[in-house]
Design a protein around this ligand. Sequence first.
Ligand SMILES: CC(=O)[C@@H](O)[C@H](O)COP(=O)(O)O
Length: 257
Amino acid sequence: MAEDLLRIAGKAFTSRLFLGTAGYPNQQVFLDSLAASGAQVVTVSIRRVDMEGGAEGILDLVRDKAWLLPNTAGCATVKDAVLTAQLAREALDTSWIKLELIGDRETLYPDVEQLVTAAAQLVDDGFTVLPYCTDDPIVCRRLADVGCAAVMPLGAPIGTGLGILNPYNIEMICARSTVPVILDAGVGTASDAALAMELGCDAVLLNTAVSKSTDPVRMAAAMGHAVAAGRLARLAGRIPKRTRAEASSPELGLIGG
Ligand SMILES: CC(=O)[C@@H](O)[C@H](O)COP(=O)(O)O
C-alpha cells in the first residue's frame, strides 16, 4: 500500500492526529500521551505559554518531537489575533498559525466575520493559516478563498466532548473543500475521531478528550488508532446503508441446495 500522507502547505505528515497541550495532569503525562498518540502536530496557545521556557516550558519539550502549531486561543478581535500570530512567528520561528477568534466567552464559538478578515490579513502577511471555524460550508469556502491552507470546522463546542453534532455539514464541507479539512474541537472519545475521518476529514485536532480522561496516555493511543482506522475505512469505501435486510451469504451454490 502506498504511503498515505497528509499534505498541508507543502509539508507532509504520516499521522493525521493533531494534539493540544492544555490541561494535562503534568508535563510528563503530556509527553507520554504525545508519544502514545503518534501525533506529529502539536498546538500551543501563545497566550498561555511561557516563551522563555519557564514554568510551562512546553515549547522546548515539544520542539524536537512534533511540528509546532501555535494558536491564538483567547483572542476576540482581529487586531488581537493578528498581533498574537505575529508574536508567535517572532518567538517560535514559524509562520504557521491556528487562528482562533472567539465571538463569545460562553460558547467559545468563532466570530466568523472577524475570522475571515483576520485570515485574509495573515495570509497577505505570509502566514500559513489554519482557522478554527463553524461547521458551515460557506464559511469554509470563504476561508479557503482568502488563502487559508486548511479549514478546521468544529465538531462541537470546545471542551464539551459532545462529538460531531452535525455530521451532514462535516461531510458536505469535506466533499466541497479545496483545502484539507481538520475536524477541531468537541471530540469526546475515539469513535468521534474515527467518524470524522470516515466522513472525509483529512485530520482531527483534539485536546480535552485526552488531557481530561482518566488515563490520558491510554486515550491518546486510542485516538491515534481511531484516526488511522477511520482513514482506512474511508479509503476502503463503506457499504451503502440499506433499510431492508439482505442475506450476506449467497443461496445459490450451497451443497445440496
Ligand atoms: C487546544 C485547542 O486548540 C483547542 O482549543 C481545540 O479547539 C480543541 O478542543 P477540544 O479540547 O474540545 O478537543
